[in-house]
Design a protein. Structure first.
Length: 580
């Protein structure tokens, strides 16, 4: 059929099964928005308050569903406002397709109004990007972008389309496809970037070597990463851990990959990891890293990481092998496939002495979370009460900071794909947009967004989106009137010189909620929090809870930057329990 470029964009999105896009219109992308208007019965467009909110919403949508999230913006500042969201998705390997439109061909490269080389800007933070200058390339490019975004190690792809290509009178023959991925693969295989969609086949000898090391280990520990979730290998991880009876430590991105209540779960590892996870890694004789990239927040001092252990690394991306930590054996391939082949080769084991030791370490806990303050709320209580009311099915999003670490430390996740947070980039302001994307993802599950007052002020303009679309998101602002994480570092390492980390300049979160037509609550102690959270969650409507947390509440354990992960600060006095 003969249609214009804007119509081709819509038809290609329909081919990909896209039902929701997030964005903000502008001059250069108006032709596409005109087609969105005409096709509103086929694709739902969600207007966010800011383009960054759209990019985070597309990211949250993707994490909740496993599908590709889609966001749109116009040229210039519209496109650059997507950059932080694209980088967030890139660092956490999230499949997002960002569509922008640029100035016309005659104006390109002339510093025209709202012109920016967005493909140049996003080159380091996309899995791949495209500039479409001719309508004949448009359909193939969109199909390739979606395949690249979701194949192998997922990631964001940007498509920048010149305004001429989308013009209403620029027509081209388009033939819908029932198998767009096949067409995309055929086109990609003719290019130099075909590796972007290649899924490595696991080497059988590598799997056998890994199995041999696992079978000979006496103190094995699993280090699970976000790749477990991306691969959908949660059941395989559970079966593997139970067969070899090895404790499972988790990266931040893997906190919902293994049931928190399972006896083998030691929860998070690294800078704010548990004593059991960090000591388990330190004293193990074999670390089995699965879908993890050995972030510096996990290994601390690389030269002192797991010195007594051999390392087995399983990952889909060969670039991650030996990048940060040297391995003794590695298997490159999809985690789900590798574990499926590895499980039959490993011996059933008990490791009784080792598990007994792990269980003893689980009893070692920072002493600062047992208190029940009268004029503030314990972060541990907040997490436990939210779970008690919301249950395992609820999605939990966070911003970045102390509240994020408390959530990772204390929230007992029991169901996969329920924890959505910015890991690699650590993006303050991420969680509000992500909560919007999840709430609109048709999963049927509620969303509770746990934020800090510092992070939440960065994108609280998205309350307009939440209010307009009547999204039943409960936002819990753990309000300590401070940039808590930075303040904590200033307290420990900068002589309590709290430079620019005291946030006593507002806003009043309850009044702000009211301005957007959202119910606002305030809680200053545990009893009040329980009462207002129960009321807010059961109302089935959007709500904000201003939950007062002590300004000097710490996130413990804590490993100072660059120190080995066994050098954990365990007490409020900053006394180091274990010295390096």
């Amino acid at each position: 059929m003969l249609i214009n470029g804007s119509q081709i964009v819509i038809e290609c999105l329909i081919e990909q099964g896209v039902d929701t896009v997030f964005g903000y219109p502008g001059g250069c992308i108006l032709n596409i928005y005109d087609e969105l208007y005409k096709n509103s019965n086929r694709i739902t467009h969600i207007l966010t308050a800011h383009e960054q909110g759209a990019s985070h919403a597309a990211d949250g949508y993707a994490r909740a569903t496993g599908k590709v999230g889609v966001c749109m913006a116009t040229s210039g500042p519209g496109a650059t406002n997507l950059v932080t969201g694209i980088a967030t998705a890139y660092m956490d390997s999230i499949p997002v397709v960002a569509i922008t439109c640029n100035v016309g061909k005659a104006l390109l490269g002339r510093d025209s109004f709202q012109e920016i080389d967005i493909t140049g800007v996003t080159l380091p933070i996309t899995k791949h990007n495209f500039l479409v200058k001719d309508i004949s390339e448009l359909a193939d490019t969109i199909r390739q972008a979606f395949l690249i975004a979701k194949s192998g190690r997922p990631g964001p792809v940007l498509i920048d389309i010149l305004k001429d290509v989308t013009a209403l009178n620029n027509m081209y023959e388009f033939e819908p496809s029932k198998n767009p991925d096949k067409l995309a693969l055929e086109a990609i295989n003719k290019t130099s970037f075909k590796r972007a969609v290649t899924v490595p086949t696991p080497n059988e000898d590598d799997i056998k070597k890994a199995a041999e090391l696992i079978n000979s280990a006496e103190r094995p520990i699993i280090y699970a990463g976000g790749g477990v979730k991306i691969s959908g290998a949660e059941q395989e991880l559970l079966a593997f851990a139970e067969k070899i009876n090895a404790p499972v430590s988790e990266s931040l991105m893997a906190r919902d990959c293994f049931p928190s209540s399972h006896s083998l779960c030691t929860w998070m590892v690294g800078m704010h990891g548990t004593y059991a996870s960090n000591m388990g890694i330190t004293e193990s004789d074999l670390v089995i890293a699965i879908g993890a990239r050995f972030s510096d927040r996990v290994y601390g001092d690389a030269s002192k990481f797991a010195q007594k252990a051999k390392i087995v690394h399983i990952d889909i991306d060969p670039a991650e092998i030996n990048k940060n930590i040297e391995t003794n054996a590695s298997v490159v391939g999809d985690v789900k496939e590798v574990l499926s082949k590895l499980i039959p080769l490993v011996q059933k084991n008990e490791h009784k002495e080792w598990i007994n030791q792990i269980n003893e370490w689980k009893k070692v806990y920072p002493d600062c979370y047992d208190k029940n303050p009268k004029d503030s709320i314990n972060p541990k209580f907040i997490c436990e009460h939210i779970h008690q009311v919301a249950g395992d099915d609820c999605f939990i999003t966070t911003e970045v900071g102390q509240h994020q670490m408390w959530t990772a430390q204390f929230y007992p996740f029991g169901k996969k794909r329920r924890f959505v947070t910015s890991g690699g980039l650590g993006t303050m302001g991420y969680g509000t947009g992500a909560a919007i994307g999840i709430s609109l993802s048709k999963t049927g599950s509620r969303v509770v967004h746990i934020a800090g007052d510092g992070s939440f002020r960065m994108n609280c303009n998205e309350l307009a989106t939440i209010g307009h679309y009547n999204l039943p998101i409960v936002i819990v602002v753990e309000n300590n009137n401070a940039l808590g994480n930075v303040r904590m570092w200033q307290r420990l390492f900068y002589g309590k010189r709290f430079s620019q980390t005291t946030l006593d300049i507002g806003p009043d979160w309850v009044k702000l909620a009211d301005a957007y037509g959202i119910q606002g609550y305030r809680a200053t102690n545990a009893k009040e929090f329980a009462e207002v959270f129960d009321k807010a969650f059961k109302s089935g409507k959007a709500a904000i809870i201003d939950a007062r947390v002590d300004r000097d509440e710490m996130v413990l354990p804590m490993v100072p930057g660059g120190k080995p992960i066994y050098s954990m600060i365990m007490k409020l006095s900053a006394e180091v329990m274990v010295n390096d």
